[in-house]
Design a protein around this ligand. Sequence first.
Ligand code: HEC
Ligand code: HEC
Length: 224
Amino acid sequence: MSSLAGVASAVTAEVQEGEALFQNACSSCHGPDGRGTDLGPPILDAGAAGADFMLSTGRMPLDDPHRQPIRKPPAFNSEQISQIAAYVASLGDGPEIPDVDVDEGEVALGQQLYSENCAACHSSAGAGGAVGAGLEAPALNRSTPVEVVEAMRIGPGAMPVFQEETLSKHDADSIASYLVYLREVPDPGGLGMRRIGPIAEGAVAWIAGIGLFVLICRFVGEKE
Ligand code: HEC
Ligand code: HEC
């Protein structure tokens, strides 16, 4: 057997393993051939990126098909995820798993692109927020760089798709590196107070208020 044929049969074996897992865990909602049912959409063109995103973020398999999928610990190990992704990729013409180089990205560019394209839904510090119709744009502090770029390329649920024509590979690398930076640097840009949130700010205002009150009392006392 030539080595090329060896590679081809390894690929086929991976797809077959993936198909077996798919029939077991996914076909009840997505149909035995991925064409969809009343409980789940067709996934013929979800691609390896769509399957990898849904499985590595634990969104699929979904428990309740009528609720927004949320991030959970993955139900499969990384080998099984690759197998299911290979099977889903074989069904149609979907996006490949993106290749992401955080070190190639520019944090400042990423911050600018993030605030223009993502902050409206995910909030300026990536804490997430409501987007209407009972849906949530989740916090981004647990997403890996690959998941960040997969989300951009596939547009899960209510999120829009950002194709390479809109945000290039370099733009995507930069957004991913900005999100890594946000997580690693506790006080980006000296905004520590804003990131602690309204309760701490309230407490600070309260303490400042007491200080002012004491001053006024003293002043009034001196006058008497
Ligand atoms: C209980 C039903 C159910 C099960 C089981 C399930 N899914 Fe899903 N799946 C859904 C629903 C519903 C959606 C649409 C979710 C949304 O975005 O609101 C979905 C979305 C997806 C998508 C994105 C489709 C797109 O193009 O937007 C992929 C990919 C996917 N599922 C893969 C899988 C895989 C792989 C499995 C098995 C490991 C699986 N699903 C198991 C119901 C299910
Ligand atoms: C219109 C609102 C909207 C915009 C704009 C948007 N997103 Fe999202 N995003 C969402 C929603 C809603 C989800 C949850 C999808 C679902 O139901 O699974 C999501 C999910 C994600 C996730 C998955 C997080 C997790 O829990 O695993 C990532 C990563 C992500 N978005 C990154 C981005 C990036 C990067 C941008 C900008 C380039 C962006 N989003 C722009 C609404 C938005």
